[in-house]
Design a protein around this ligand. Structure first.
Ligand code: NDP
Length: 469
């Protein structure tokens, strides 16, 4: 029986995606580099195996598909994707469609899309978020490439995507690298969201002396309020979990050292390149890097002996909730600012409201607030999300909490890099007269760069005279 769609790479994500596709009634042909994995996959697919055609070669995969073919790649980003494209290209017809659903760097996707276009072939770069569980039961899906190519496979992606109400969380973001760029920024926001939560956990643990179970109670409560989101929910769950080996709280036996994969770093790099600062995300990436320097931190602890001190208890838990709310709004404002800058730079016309809508369910950063963000970005109520009336109101109510938490944490020697970055961004963006006049004066002094004046047009120089270098 000829299959509707093919899939290469039956690892964590590919296997889950293939089962999801089969479950939604599509015939799917699958191939994996290691054939025993394919055999085991089909053996474990239960009733769904009837709609899955296992293939032991790429030739067999291509032969199993109905032309014009569509083949999903779910292999590690980078060289394996190029390798697969190189091996598939001679086997495919010009109108066959290759779809990279991994976490590619969007620059690679732009390059691969251009190479495919040169052959007259379509190519899609599609971001898939939600981890294994999402891939199996409903991820958020961000497509990029020729719109006509997206439309060909949209029925499959719509069918397997998460639902917000009845709306599928899948969408076409724009040409070539747009889908992978949006997924990258999603992951960058995910980094900052997680980091801010970890910082709040730090204040609860080291500043208020809460046990993991008490931390769990706080997050469970918050998940019933404006912070309601997947990440707040799972924070409560992980804080409550006990280690089966020792009976201790799971959090207490996990090493405080995190890695960072490509996407968070890529977000920070692109933000800097595009001049659209994402300081909360940059802080989150840096925090993960510094967390990995465990021995150095232990040495720092020995040299300085500066242990955390208690923070004022009064109202602190409520202030922490407000801090997360304000920090989150500032961080998302930065993320959407980066998307807007990239859209302009690359001529993508990214649908900012549509992106928020796709993120409402299925993905790791899904939250109650994203529906309101979608509305704000859709109507263009504010070029900066923080200025959209609904979010400006939220910030007016919560910025005091963020300020109190950052100040208390600083005095108590508890690091809050992402929350601090979010606060500094907020404070910068409501300061009508900043301090770059000083920078301009300095630059003119040593480099005769000139400056604009507040009271007359044109370029001017200062009275530095013979001091000029
Ligand atoms: P896994 O490591 O679980 O699986 C990788 C798959 O790719 C395996 O099927 C493996 O085959 C195959 N593979 C590896 N190298 C090659 C190669 N050189 N040529 C051909 N096949 C190869 O990865 P994931 O499923 O976790 O990730 C796949 C993609 O999805 C990545 O881009 C990842 O960043 C992205 N992603 C992952 C998420 C997650 O939560 N895990 C979430 C969202 C995206 P074999 O069995 O032969 O080793």
């Amino acid at each position: 029986m000829a299959a509707d769609i093919g899939l290469v790479g039956l690892g964590t994500m590919g296997a889950a995606l293939a089962l999801n596709i089969a479950e939604k009634g599509f015939e799917i042909a699958v191939y994996n580099r290691t054939t025993s994995v394919t055999t085991a996959f089909v053996a474990g697919a239960g009733d769904l195996a009837a709609r899955i055609t296992p293939c032991d070669s790429l030739e067999a995969l291509v032969a199993a598909l109905t032309p014009p073919r569509a083949i999903i790649l779910m292999v590690p980003a980078g060289a394996p994707v190029d390798e697969m494209i190189d091996r598939l290209t001679p086997l495919l017809d010009t109108d066959d469609l290759v779809i990279d659903c991994g976490n590619a760097n969007f620059h690679d996707t732009v390059r691969r899309a251009a190479a495919a276009a040169e052959r007259g072939a379509p190519y899609l770069g599609v971001g898939v978020s939600g981890g294994e569980e999402g891939a199996r039961h409903g991820p958020a899906i961000m497509g990029g490439g020729p719109k006509a190519a997206w439309d060909r496979v949209a029925p499959v992606f719509d069918a397997i995507a998460a639902r917000f109400g009845t709306t599928p969380c899948a969408g076409w973001m724009g040409p070539d690298g747009a889908g992978h760029f949006v997924k990258t920024v999603h992951n960058g926001i995910e980094y900052a969201d997680m980091q801010m939560i970890a910082e709040v956990y730090g204040v609860l643990r080291d500043g208020l002396g809460l046990t993991p179970l008490q931390v769990a109670d706080v997050f469970d409560r918050w998940n019933g309020g404006p912070l309601k989101s997947y990440l707040i929910e799972i924070t409560g769950i992980v804080a409550r979990a006990l280690d089966p080996k020792t009976g201790k709280p799971m959090l207490d036996v996990i090493k405080d050292s995190a890695g960072q994969k490509g996407t968070g770093r890529w977000t920070a790099i692109e933000a800097l390149m595009l001049g659209a600062p994402d300081t909360a995300i940059e802080a989150a990436v840096a925090a993960r890097n510094l967390s990995a320097r465990v021995a150095e931190r232990v040495e720092g602890a020995r040299i300085f002996g500066l242990s955390p001190e208690p923070v004022p208890v009064d109202g602190m838990v409520d202030k922490l909730e407000a801090a997360l709310l304000a920090g989150k709004i500032a961080c998302y404002a930065q993320g959407f600012g980066l998307l807007a800058a990239a859209s302009k730079e690359f001529g993508w016309s990214l649908p900012l409201g549509g992106i928020a809508r796709v993120w409402r369910a299925g993905c790791i950063i899904r939250s109650a607030m994203l529906d309101d963000m979608a509305a704000a970005m859709e109507t263009g109520e504010g070029a900066n999300l923080m200025f959209a009336p609904q979010f400006a109101e939220k910030l007016k109510r919560s910025e005091g909490g963020l300020r109190a938490v950052v100040a208390a944490a600083a005095l108590a020697r508890i690091p809050t890099p992402a929350l601090s970055a979010a606060l500094a961004y907020f404070d910068t963006m409501h300061t009508a007269r900043g301090t770059a006049n000083m920078l301009q004066a300095q630059r003119d002094f040593f480099g005769a760069h000139g400056f604009e004046r507040v009271d007359m047009a044109g370029a001017h120089h200062g009275p530095w005279g013979s001091h000029e270098q």
